[in-house]
Design a protein around this ligand. Sequence first.
Ligand SMILES: [Fe+2]
Length: 351
Amino acid sequence: MKIRFVRKLQVNDVVAKDILSGEGKTLIKQGIKITRQSIKFLRENLILYIYIEDEALNDIQTDPVLDNLKQKTLAKLPRIFGSIYTGNYTDARQDLESVDELINHIFEKKWVNTNMYEIKTYDNYTYIHCLDTSIMVAFIGLEMKYEKSKLRDLCIAAILHDIGKIKIPNNILNKKSKLTDEEFELIKMHSVYGKEILEKVPFCTESIIQGVYQHHERIDGKGYPTRTYDDEIGEFAKIISICDVFTAVSANRSYRQRFSPNDAYELILAGSGTKFDEGMVQKFRNVFFIYPLGACVKLTNGVEGYVVRQNKFFADRPVVRIIYDVNTQQKVDIYEINLLEHPNIAVESII
Ligand SMILES: [Fe+2]
């Protein structure tokens, strides 16, 4: 399978992975052929790219177990948020067991052989956003050599990082036009509300609460709610802040189109040492890759192809299966270039 931007979809392309809405509802099922109506439908749902079948790329596999676990957890998130907010902690704790399954799976896998961008094919919505963030932090936690219980706390902090938004009116949260200063100040209160809500929850540890409270603090002291500097910001918050920004900017927002995955990645690297902790950004680079599996890329030597494998620790140097030569404008006999072995060649762009 490969990634195709919706604007480049063609009639009869075959959907290779279920396309989900922000609430986790299936919009178009795997195996369905694309029609003109479905392209229109995807555009209306602000979907930027999807996975489609391609025989030459049949060996690209994402992780179906992780997909299932994600859907299962996603279905429970509204209830988890509701139970915590209303003080029904026994139910919340029980529902959070699906998070354990997710963590166990990630813990066994050890590194992201899968594609973090696959979770980014739908629009932004609080629950999806929280789940995406949580899965990303889990992989960084693994890279930090966290033991399972600490990893679990980190994931729970990430899942609940925006729970305070429950107290902000929906018309402000979903406002399509620019926020007024007063409205923005109110939205900023969600970190404080989150802390207040979680302080009453028996299974929320100090580090979970701190992670939620500080997830918008920045190491240059320009974050909120308390403009805390580097040393005073907890490790959970430092990890969550990176993943929160990454998932937020690579999703649709009501007020702008989303970034391409590589733009979101660059934004994180650009914030290293000012917004984000340098060491954590390094962990992020170790674990996540700039160009998603199945993405079509143009290389600086004038050939085009698809990302088929990644090289761990080398975020920008994947293995590319070449299918086309821009110079001769001809298809070529398929071959692979491992960019790790060709330092003189780089990815020029995602196409
Ligand atoms: Fe937030």
